[in-house]
Design a binder for this molecule. Structure first.
Ligand code: IPE
Ligand code: IPE
Ligand code: MG
Length: 228
């Protein structure tokens, strides 16, 4: 299958709406998160087929600790299962895993699992899948500015070099599902000149055709970066 993608190298997605997807079906919220993991699988595969170099997915924010403990445990459990069960799939699709955010502060078993997955996929080349875990852009910027200051002047270049995404291509397109029109502390620095795309689709319903529609719209946008 050849799919057109004109120009986007790095796409990020705020995967929102799992809870509402479940509610519509009179199911518990965890059922929405499970369906959300299925959507992640499909979209990661599609992103590779569409020629994206990098896909960054917002999985758990630094503010999501405000949720009930049961839901947090469900989310962490799903995360662990996803990483374990998809390691072979990452190898088959040449996907290199990356994790951004303060993920080393997560439970030791989660950290160990991530370390293993990072190591196992480190040689893969086609697509980088960056999962934002315990991620908050303000926290990322504080960490980056602190690191920059410890080396000398705090310049834009120095901050950028210490962002969690420093080794990734510039962010081209930021997508948010579920109809909310806000960034919720995601990639604030990186989205300075990214194109934004909002869709009412709930995350578990977001399909490769929806990613294609976003990329098609991206291809029609004129990026000016402040110039003419
Ligand atoms: C997104 O879905 C998943 C996470 C934030 C982990 P939500 O759980 O926020 O779903 P809604 O917004 O309540 O529908
Ligand atoms: C953003 O969604 C975080 C993730 C998708 C992981 P939220 O559902 O947490 O965002 P708010 O609370 O509606 O802003
Ligand atoms: Mg939400």
């Amino acid at each position: 299958m050849t799919i057109q993608n004109q120009g986007a190298r790095h796409v990020a997605i705020i995967m929102d709406g799992n809870g509402r997807w479940a509610k519509k079906r009179l199911l518990p919220r965890v059922a929405g998160h499970k369906a959300g993991v299925e959507a992640v699988r499909t979209i990661v595969r599609a992103a590779g087929d569409m020629g994206l170099e990098a896909l960054t997915l917002y999985a758990f924010s630094s503010e999501n600790w405000k949720r009930p403990e049961d839901e947090i445990n469900d989310l962490m459990g799903l995360m662990k299962r996803f990483i374990l069960s998809d390691l072979d799939e990452f190898a088959a699709n040449d996907v290199k895993l990356k994790v951004i955010g303060d993920w080393r502060a997560l439970a030791p078993d989660v950290v160990a699992l991530i370390d293993k997955a990072l190591e196992r996929t480190s040689g893969n080349k086609r697509t980088t899948l960056a999962v934002a875990l315990n991620y908050g852009a303000q926290d990322e910027l504080v960490r980056a500015a602190t690191a920059a200051a410890s080396e000398g002047a705090i310049t834009a270049e120095a901050i950028e070099a210490h962002l969690d995404t420093a080794d990734m291509p510039p962010l081209d397109l930021l997508i948010r599902t579920s109809g909310e029109v806000r960034l919720s502390n995601f990639l604030l620095w990186q989205s300075a000149y990214a194109e934004l795309y909002f869709t009412d689709k709930l995350w578990p319903d977001f399909a490769p055709a929806d990613l294609q529609a976003a990329l098609d719209q991206f291809a029609r946008r004129e990026r000016r970066y402040g110039g003419l």
